[in-house]
Design a protein around this ligand. Structure first.
Ligand code: NAI
Ligand code: MG
Length: 350
């Protein structure tokens, strides 16, 4: 029996994760669930945002369904004890170097999109962001220049193995979608990007069916707003991906609709699945949170970690049907509670 770890965390995390679990249970897939404490809940219940028992559970599990971490009551704690450290620790311990963020416009949500409806309508893409390298992890510091000025520096570096493994995930994903891969870099000015481009081209020889397009990051930002429908899969480094994935996700609408995955392989390995939103302390405990992002994250878990693409499709279809049928939580301009939205999705499971 596959084991799914439920790490619900703080704020609305437990509320939205409960609905995702309900949907998984309704599908009767023979999954074992085990809950672990994480974030502020981990700190309060076990003295650490990522308690050893939780880390052990995540390592034993076939997939991790994560809610959100972040608790204003923990703001005064030293950095290592802050709830947000849990997600960094899990990524590192599980070797999750590939961050997937699908951006799809659901029928009926055209008015919620940040782009003009006729432009937003075409969006059906995935951004694949490298998560463990780049300028965020290079040598950094503060030094004094010859003129006596303070100077901050951060080294941007990628080795070819790091580029190759994320490129492979990108091509594998493109093969299962529309066979179009945009690789985004700044090869005109960055040595790191030149290596990135060379390695992506090497990997491309193994995927002759995939149309590979190299694009500079600044142009990619412009194209995401001008004509997002041209993109299928976009693979890029950590920093460009950080910025471009936020941009792409907001093109389609509410933060409560958007799932994500952090993977170490395209399929068949344990990954961590979570809504892109945080713990939303402003609405926690009120039954106002939109559970769709968490439910769609559960679908990604089935597809990528449990090799169950059919029930994953069923969940996504049920969410789309609920939205198309007018089901709306307050973030989408409606009045449904978190559990009533879960009911609407459950009703649509064929
Ligand atoms: P947030 O995503 O929690 O909330 C931003 C706004 O969106 C709020 O007005 C909130 O009410 C709304 N919102 C978020 N999710 C929603 C949902 N499912 N349905 C309806 N409305 C929703 O971001 P914020 O406020 O910047 O951060 C709150 C806490 O969450 C912080 O402690 C932060 O560090 C943490 N955080 C954790 C993340 C994670 O666990 N991966 C990711 C982002 C933030
Ligand atoms: Mg970000």
């Amino acid at each position: 029996m596959p084991l799914v770890a439920i790490l619900a965390g703080d704020g609305i995390g437990p509320e939205v994760t409960a609905e995702a679990r309900r949907v998984l249970e309704a599908l009767d897939l023979g999954i074992d669930f085990e809950e672990g404490l994480v974030g502020g809940a981990g700190y309060r219940g076990a003295g650490h945002p990522l308690p050893p028992a939780t880390l052990d559970l995540a390592k034993r599990a076939d997939g991790v369904l994560f809610g959100a971490v972040g608790d204003p009551a923990c703001d005064a704690l030293e950095r290592a004890m802050r709830p947000e450290q849990a997600i960094l620790g899990l990524r590192k311990e599980l070797g999750l170097f590939a961050n997937l963020r699908p951006a799809t416009l659901f029928e009926g949500l055209e008015d919620a999109a940040a782009l003009r409806p006729d432009v937003a309508r075409d969006i059906d893409m995935v951004i694949l962001r490298e998560l463990t390298g780049d300028v965020y992890f290079g040598e950094k510091g503060l030094r004094t220049t010859g003129e006596g000025l303070r100077q901050g520096y951060d080294v941007m570096a990628y080795d070819e193995a790091e580029v190759r493994r994320i490129a492979i995930v990108g091509f594998e994903m493109a093969m299962r979608r529309k066979k179009r891969l945009h690789s985004v870099d700044k090869a005109n000015v960055l040595e790191t990007s030149q290596l990135w481009r060379d390695v992506v081209n090497e990997v491309a020889t193994g995927y002759p069916e995939v149309a590979l397009i190299h694009m500079y990051a600044d142009n990619a930002a412009m194209q995401l707003v001008r004509h997002p429908g041209q993109f299928d899969v976009m693979v890029t480094g950590n920093m460009f991906g950080d910025i471009l994935s936020d941009l792409a996700s907001m093109c389609v609408g509410s933060i409560g609709m958007l799932p994500s995955a952090a993977l170490r392989e395209w399929a068949g390995a344990c990954g961590l699945y979570e809504p892109i939103h945080g713990s939303a302390p402003d609405i926690a405990g009120q039954g106002k949170a939109n559970p769709c992002a968490a439910i769609l994250s559960a679908a990604m878990l089935l597809r990528h970690s449990l090799d169950m693409p059919e029930p994953a499709d069923r969940i996504e279809t049920a969410v789309a049907a609920a939205i198309a049928g007018g089901a709306r939580t307050p973030d989408l301009g409606g009045t449904l509670s978190t559990s009533a939205m879960g009911d609407a999705v459950l009703a649509g499971l064929a």
